[in-house]
Design a protein around this ligand. Sequence first.
Ligand SMILES: O=P(O)(O)OC[C@H]1O[C@H](OP(=O)(O)OP(=O)(O)O)[C@H](O)[C@@H]1O
Ligand SMILES: Nc1ncnc2[nH]cnc12
Length: 175
Amino acid sequence: MLRAAAAAVTAHTRWVDDFPSPGVRFADLTPVFAHGPAYSAVVAALASAATDAELVAGIDARGFLLGGGMARELGVGVLAVRKAGKLPPPVQKCEYSLEYGTAAIEIPDESPSLRGRRVLVVDDVLATGGTLRATLELLERVGADIVGVTVVTELEALGGRARLESYPLTSLVRL
Ligand SMILES: O=P(O)(O)OC[C@H]1O[C@H](OP(=O)(O)OP(=O)(O)O)[C@H](O)[C@@H]1O
Ligand SMILES: Nc1ncnc2[nH]cnc12
């Protein structure tokens, strides 16, 4: 199952040079998600990273597409980890930097309560790890139990895995 999903990712990923800034080679997974069999294979493979999860947290924006499908697959709920300024207060916020700039993300502070809940976190790409680290910090701040961290594509040269050392990280494709 994992091998078929990885092959589908490799076949359908579009690489874009100098986006969103010069020198960046951007992994665009849009065609992977738009291809029915590839999307199904990827969602099933990612969901298998933590079948004991009680909630899937998907990171803005492509993590939403994955997280919703995975939550259905596992029969659990889904949480949108949002870019700053989109959620009504009260929120928990964390600023971070990534390959091409800085950003901030937020989760709801108390509603839903995440204390003690087993959460599987998902995003499309792991690059520097800034986005996932900030997300994990937020989830831990509100007491969540991180049972899995999973991504479709890991860009190894950018060193994200080292910044997530203490978490159970899996990826379908490592480049
Ligand atoms: O490991 P990192 O260096 O943090 O990079 C990974 C993040 O970068 C991309 O999102 P981006 O911030 O471009 O936002 P978008 O989803 O709004 O396009 C990608 O979808 C990850 O969320
Ligand atoms: N090269 C890249 N491709 C896709 N998403 C990214 N996020 C950070 N760097 C990226």
